[in-house]
Structures are given as C-alpha cells and as structure tokens.
Design a protein around this ligand. Structure first.
Ligand code: FEO
Length: 163
C-alpha cells in the first residue's frame, strides 16, 4: 500500500520530535557535566543516543515505505535547571508529551487505514511505557534524597553505570 501524505507528514514531525528529545537530553548531560555530576551526565548521554536511534527508526521506516524524509529545524533546548530533581521532572514531563505525540501518530495511521504504520508504532508504544517508568523511578529516588549530598553521590554513581 502506498504511504499517504498525511502519514508521511506525521512521521516527519515525529522524526523532528525525537531529534529534539536527543538534543534536550544532550543539553541536560552538559548541564550535569558542567558541575561534575558525571554519572547523571552519562545517563543523559545514553538517553540522548537512544532518542537519536528512535529518530533513525522512523527515518528508516519512512524510506522503506517509499516516503520522503524531510528534516526541519530543531528547537533549542533549555540550558539551565534548578536541581537534579528539576531536571528529571522535566524528563518525565517531556516523555509524557512524547507519549501523546506517539498516540497522535497512531490516530493518523488508523484514520488513514495504514496498518503497517500502526504495527510499527507498537514498538514505540511499549518503549514509552519503559521511558516513563525510568523517569518516574529516578524522580522518586531524588525526592527521597531531598538534595542531600550522600544520596546524590550514590545515585550519580548508580546512573553512571548506564551503557
Ligand atoms: Fe523517543 Fe524518549 O521517546
């Protein structure tokens, strides 16, 4: 089935959103690195790479379906946050937004009777469950830590293990 223009447009929009996510998490990595929280920075760098991989998954899919990939400007992310908790709350809020975008994309695919796109999106729907859960788990830990150095150092060490 030839891919419809509406679906092509929606996937291109999602490629931009995933690249923005990658950019946002890279900005967060730089924020942590500037203060020598290298474990938090490592976690964010890995997250940034994952978002880039998400963008590429949509990119490859669109090409496979014979659609034209069109890249648009990526918005500049924030540079500063108030604390590690502030950062991870922003991560969680952002992931909720991305989940909403994936759901919007699913709606377009369904309206256009594009079952292949619907099937491809299943991976992203499952991935979002994981992404939201990961962010919430870290937010909860940071709430328990309440900004105390010992707890922050331990969590920094733990998150630095992410490959
Ligand atoms: Fe690509 Fe974190 O969603």
């Amino acid at each position: 089935m030839v891919i419809k223009d509406k679906v092509i447009k929606a996937i291109n929009k999602q490629i931009n959103a995933e690249l923005y996510s990658s950019y946002l998490y890279l900005a967060m990595a730089a924020y942590f690195a500037a203060d020598n929280w290298l474990g938090f920075a490592q976690w964010m760098k890995v997250q940034s790479r994952e978002e880039n991989a998400h963008a590429m998954k949509f990119y490859e899919y669109l090409l496979e379906r014979g659609g034209r990939v069109t890249l648009s400007a990526i918005e500049a992310p924030a540079k500063e946050w108030k604390s590690a908790l502030d950062v991870f709350e922003a991560v969680y809020a952002h992931e909720l937004k991305v989940t909403g975008l994936i759901n919007d994309l699913l709606k377009v695919a369904r309206e256009e009777n594009d079952t292949a796109t619907e099937s491809m999106l299943k991976w992203f729907i499952d991935e979002q469950v994981e992404e939201e859960a990961n962010a919430v788990a870290i937010v909860e830990k940071l709430k328990v830590i309440k900004g105390f150095a010992n707890g922050l150092l331990m969590l920094d060490h733990e998150l630095g293990e992410r490959k």
